[in-house]
Design a protein around this ligand. Structure first.
Ligand code: APR
Ligand code: PHB
Length: 390
């Protein structure tokens, strides 16, 4: 097979790029290791920046998001038994975010690819990248006993943190920056009415908690847990009891609980790989960077990579202009690092760090007090949460 752009990974990054390029007449194939059912079974993030929502519309995939997604103009921070509201709309100059699950967004992208007869191959094994430094790179994969080959102009590594693309860059070229946090998030999805119409991020002595939602009948809640905990350590009853302990009394009092329909633990990690280009290979999304979920930046950072790559590819194929491709790594990383900073800051401000000095705990509380008392600090939080400009 010969295509212009060979995309590794059928998560949101790979599918969105494939869809955008297809609409401009650029030929792509997506190679996904898992089945579609598996990809759509993963419960992931749920907050979209307004810029990402616009990109979904440009990809002709925004209809259901606009119908079923909720526009949120603020969220709450719970602390010391009370709650403060962060008015995103006011402090970001009129912007907001869309609450719409990544699983639903991925489903919309798959459906759009189907509608347009896009080439998305599932269950491909042994994906290997070849001759990335030449102008004729190719990708091979196993299909049963056969080795298939795809010749292309460019390879996009959109295969997530554990994918093969980043690992195809020589070790002496790639520099990795990482911070692993000493805790994880235990998440529960339940078919219950959300306790609050807007998200609640809670800083508590017993650990962080988050009340989020997917719709008015589907709630998503998280609590900070030690890395040594497993899902089996947490019955539904134990989860609800601990969540309520970490929320203001009136919120806990109106919490509607129910059986969990999904329960998982995710460790918290910050990670960046540089550069995001090696020869004809371009990395995007989780393949190049990971953030802890506290600032809701993970999926959104993937979207900004796709925005830059999409425009760089248009420059190349429509105008013979390669400046976008040449500048991709630097441009994407500049925004990636700002998302890293914001996610690290939100995480550090709101979690319980077991090994903190008393001094550090004091600084942490002061950080939050300062935020809630300063219009300038609120402005900074809001502009980052709704998404910095691309
Ligand atoms: N070959 C082909 N596909 C692969 C390979 C491989 N060797 N390794 C991984 N994949 C697939 C995974 O199965 C997955 O479906 O690549 C896809 C990558 O998707 P995601 O992990 O969702 O990453 P991405 O598309 O960049 O999405 C952005 O940011 O914070 C997160 O929750 C957010 O998952 C979202 C991500
Ligand atoms: C979620 O709904 O899964 C979610 C929302 C906000 C975050 C993280 C996760 O910051």
């Amino acid at each position: 097979m010969k295509v212009q752009v060979c995309i590794i990974g059928g998560g949101p990054s790979g599918l969105l790029l494939s869809q955008l390029l297809h609409l401009k007449g650029i030929d792509t194939v997506v190679l996904e290791k898992q089945s579609r059912e598996y990809v759509l079974g993963r419960i992931r993030a749920g907050v979209l920046e307004h810029g990402f929502a616009a990109l979904m519309r440009e990809a002709q995939c925004g209809e259901r998001m606009d119908r079923e997604g909720e526009i949120h103009e603020g969220f709450f921070i719970a602390h010391g038994g009370g709650m403060s509201r962060v008015d995103l709309h006011k402090y970001s100059g009129g912007n907001s975010v869309v609450v719409y699950g990544q699983t639903e967004l991925t489903r919309d992208l798959y459906e759009a690819r189907d509608r347009m007869n896009g080439k998305v191959l599932h269950n491909v094994e042994g994906v290997t990248l070849h001759d990335l430094k030449s102008d004729a790179p190719y990708v091979t994969y196993r299909d049963g006993d056969r080795i298939e080959r795809i010749d292309c102009d460019y390879v996009i590594g959109a295969d997530g943190f554990h994918g093969v693309s980043r690992k195809s860059i020589p070790k002496d070229v790639l520099r990795e920056y990482e911070r692993v946090y000493p805790f994880g998030w235990l998440g529960v999805l339940s078919r219950t009415r959300p306790v609050s119409p807007e998200l609640i991020y809670s800083k508590h002595e017993r650990g962080f908690a988050l009340c989020s939602l997917r719709s008015q009948v589907l709630s998503r809640y998280y609590i900070q847990v030690p890395l040594t905990d497993t899902v089996d350590d947490w019955s539904d009853e134990a989860f609800w009891a601990e969540l309520k302990r970490r929320l203001p009394e009136d919120v806990a009092g109106r919490m509607i609980t129910g059986p969990s329909i999904e329960k998982s633990i995710a460790p918290l990690r910050s990670f960046v790989a540089e550069p995001m280009r090696y020869g004809q290979l371009f990395l995007a999304g989780d393949a190049a960077h990971i953030v802890p979920p506290t600032g809701a930046r993970g999926l959104n950072s993937a979207a900004s990579d796709i925005y830059y790559l999409y425009h760089a590819m248009l420059g190349h194929y429509q105008n013979g202009d390669d400046t976008g491709l040449e500048g991709y790594s630097q441009k994407a990383l500049a925004r990636v690092w700002k998302a890293q900073r914001f996610s690290w800051w939100m995480t550090t401000m709101l979690h319980k760090f077991p090994d903190n000095l008393a001094y550090e705990d004091k600084l942490q509380s002061t950080e939050l007090e300062y935020l809630l008392s300063s219009e300038a600090a609120m402005g900074s939080l809001a502009e980052n949460y709704v998404g910095l400009p691309f």
